[in-house]
Design a protein around this ligand. Structure first.
Ligand SMILES: O=C(O)C(=O)C[C@H](O)[C@H](O)CO
Length: 343
């Protein structure tokens, strides 16, 4: 039986309601979100056995976060309760030509203070089949980079599949090493990499020349990108690259490609997503869809279609978490994008 473990930071997310800009009024909507937590929620919603691992303060904010994760049926028993604060992030939801914005208030958070040895990976990974983290975790601090590396090394020793969404965050890499210095080592322990072209460039130093803001993307360039990444990382079994053509804050072209280590290259259906409700978590819903698909569907093509459909649906849902079921995703991947009332 499959058992999934995800590891990384979760934050309190504070967002003004109704597309307001921050502090336009004195209302903020409080939810929780974080890349690896978002993946845990999706996998739990698809019916999988998931443990979410992080560090959180032993206070009412940490308690509320744990309660929220448990409400999805996620195992929270390996969350280390220490440190003084859960990180916060403020978001402003964009509209038309006004982009969405993120303001981080997370330094000194409980997870940013962890050190190797704080997590008992032997126990956490016992019986696990899949481990997921992202490039956000090593970006936080020298300690989180070391702990993430400790975790993936333990996974390799136990034969556990590792997936990583490179998730480059320019505002976060401040602790001394660059994303490229850290992630080029880390990627040698990763079986399934999820990225976009910026992630490949900033984290792996591998780039292609594409303009995501104008017209149709040239998919053949992504085949070249995949070949370059696979040649540098012979350990990698899959590389998935999401293709976002941003037309405005509420209109995206959304598709993806998937390359495998046997030289196969898969291209997904493309969704035109209009009236975006919330794009944060769109990448995580793609990653979790891919993880679920590779574990449960017959072919990599089906897994890719599931991932893109899951992500397209996420754009219609408020908050970081993709609250859809696998039936909702299979329905869309199967071709029903009508939005008709289901009775
Ligand atoms: O940006 C981050 O560090 C976050 O984890 C916040 C969001 O949850 C994340 O960006 C979604 O992928």
């Amino acid at each position: 039986m499959s058992r999934f473990v995800t590891f990384g930071e979760i934050m309190l997310r504070l967002t003004p309601p109704d597309h307001e800009i921050l502090f336009q009024t004195n209302n903020l909507v409080a939810t929780f979100g974080g890349a690896e937590a978002n993946v845990a929620v999706s996998l739990a919603n698809y019916g999988e056995n998931v443990s979410y691992v992080t560090a959180a303060p032993l206070n009412p904010v940490g308690d509320a976060m744990v309660k929220e994760m448990r409400s999805f049926g996620i195992d929270t028993s390996f969350i280390v309760r220490k440190g003084d604060r859960l990180g916060i992030y403020f978001t402003e939801t964009g509209s038309s030509m006004r982009p969405s914005k993120v303001v981080y208030d997370r330094s000194g958070s409980s997870i940013a203070e962890v050190k190797p040895g704080d997590f008992d990976w032997d126990r956490i990974l016992d019986g696990a089949t899949w481990f997921h983290t992202t490039g956000i975790t090593p970006s936080l601090a020298e300690g989180t980079a070391a702990v993430a590396l400790e975790a993936v090394k333990a996974c390799k020793a136990k034969g556990i599949t590792v997936s990583c969404d490179l998730n480059y965050r320019k505002k976060l890499w401040k602790w001394g090493k660059t994303a490229k210095e850290v992630m080029t080592e880390f990627a040698h322990y990763v079986d399934v990499t999820i990225a976009n072209e910026e992630d490949c460039q900033k984290c792996l130093g591998i780039e292609i020349d594409v303009d995501v803001t104008s017209g149709e993307l040239d998919v053949s360039k992504y085949r070249v990108l995949a070949e370059k990444v696979m040649a540098s990382y012979p350990n990698m079994k899959y590389l998935a690259v999401s293709l976002r053509e941003s037309v405005s804050a509420d209109w995206n072209g959304w598709s993806a490609v998937l390359a495998d280590s046997k030289g196969n290259f898969f291209t997904s259906k493309k969704y035109e997503i209009r009236d975006i409700v919330d794009r944060i978590g769109g990448g995580d819903s793609f990653g979790s869809g891919l993880i679920w698909g590779l574990n449960n569907l017959k072919t990599p093509q089906e897994a890719l279609e599931f991932a893109v459909a899951a992500s397209a649906l996420k754009h219609t849902i408020y908050g970081d978490f993709n609250r859809v079921s696998k039936e909702d995703v299979l329905n869309l991947a199967g071709g029903d994008a009508s939005g008709r009332v289901q009775r």
